[in-house]
Design a protein around this ligand. Structure first.
Ligand code: NDP
Length: 288
């Protein structure tokens, strides 16, 4: 028999996680604060617990997917977690993950913190993955069980590391979408078709530009190759004013773009004119 699992929280994501366990033939116990949520899980064979305590008692692996960290603590506080592995997939910060790990250890549980890199429709499919950090033995014990939801990616025993990876990827996503939304606002200011602009130009352009990321990463890990900057920061800082001026001229708020311009100017002032984009990252790490 496959490992019995419990899923606490049947929002959009928790429901998808429970469905994935059921599809992989895990005996699955579910609990949600508001009773009766996601009734399709009953038809699929889930056991519905009436309290969180009853749900936790049913399985060695307890997957938690609630709204925010405070919800996790208010739901689990005072319950018996002795001998359980808690995989908390609720979105949170590295500091929250470390606090919750300390709290879970006191409550007798092995703790894994997780960061879900997927939307509910992707759960159980090939593109979804979940970062895990925390108790290495608990990860090893349950890796195959966790794989029912999404490809598990263990990133270290410091419980904060999964949230760090998750938040870093979300930061990249929001930065990218912010830039894309600004581009669409600019194109739209002259009634350029959003569909044609996106399919013919925006997507291919972003895809081509993303190809430079591995080189930026290599520069960071190994130091920049002398004279390798094809697009030096001095040139980029000088051209950046055109982005701001065009936005203002077209009636588009430059607020999303302005901070990058300031960072470019700061890099040039600090003597990095001949380097390329990797030189911005130490400035960000120094707090800007
Ligand atoms: P939903 O808003 O759909 O569901 C929220 C869940 O939290 C519900 O089960 C709700 O219960 C429960 N909840 C809220 N407040 C409390 C409380 N005070 N006590 C007990 N339970 C409570 O959110 P999702 O399912 O989409 O998201 C869940 C987690 O997954 C979040 O941390 C989110 O950031 C993360 N996530 C979500 C993704 C997505 O695309 N949906 C993607 C990646 C991560 P009730 O039904 O009673 O309100």
């Amino acid at each position: 028999m496959k490992t019995p699992v419990t899923v606490l929280g049947l929002g959009a994501m928790g429901t998808a996680l429970a469905r994935a366990f059921l599809a992989a033939d895990h005996p699955t116990t579910v609990w949600n604060r508001t009773p009766g949520r996601s009734p399709e899980l009953d038809t699929l064979g889930a056991t519905r617990a009436t309290t969180a305590a009853e749900a936790i008692a049913a399985s060695p692996l307890v997957v938690v997917c609630l709204l925010v960290d405070a919800t996790v603590r208010s739901t689990l506080d005072g319950l018996d977690l002795t001998g359980k592995t808690v995989a908390n997939l609720t979105n949170g910060t590295p500091a929250q993950a470390r606090d919750t790990a300390t709290w879970a250890a006191k409550a007798g549980a092995a703790y894994l913190d997780g960061g879900i890199m997927a939307v509910p429709a992707m759960i159980g499919g090939p593109a979804a993955f979940i970062f895990y950090s925390g108790a290495p033995d608990a990860f090893e014990r349950h890796q195959a069980d966790l794989a029912a939801m999404a490809r598990p990616e263990y990133v270290g025993s410091d419980p904060g590391l999964a949230a760090l990876h998750d938040i870093a990827l979300l930061s990249a996503m929001y930065g990218m979408f912010g830039g894309a939304q600004h581009a669409l606002a600019l194109a739209g200011s002259e009634k350029v078709s959003a569909v044609r602009f996106t399919e013919d130009f925006l997507l291919p352009w972003l895809t081509a530009m993303l190809g430079s990321l591995p080189r930026i990463a290599k520069d960071l890990d190994e130091g920049p190759e002398p004279g390798a900057a094809g697009s030096n920061l001095g040139m980029q800082a000088a051209a950046y004013d055109n982005l701001i001026d065009t936005s203002v001229g077209q009636g588009v708020d430059p607020a999303l773009l302005a901070p990058m311009g300031e960072l470019l100017r700061k890099a040039v002032a600090a003597g990095h004119s001949d380097e390329d984009l990797a030189a911005l990252i130490p400035l960000l790490r120094a707090g800007g």
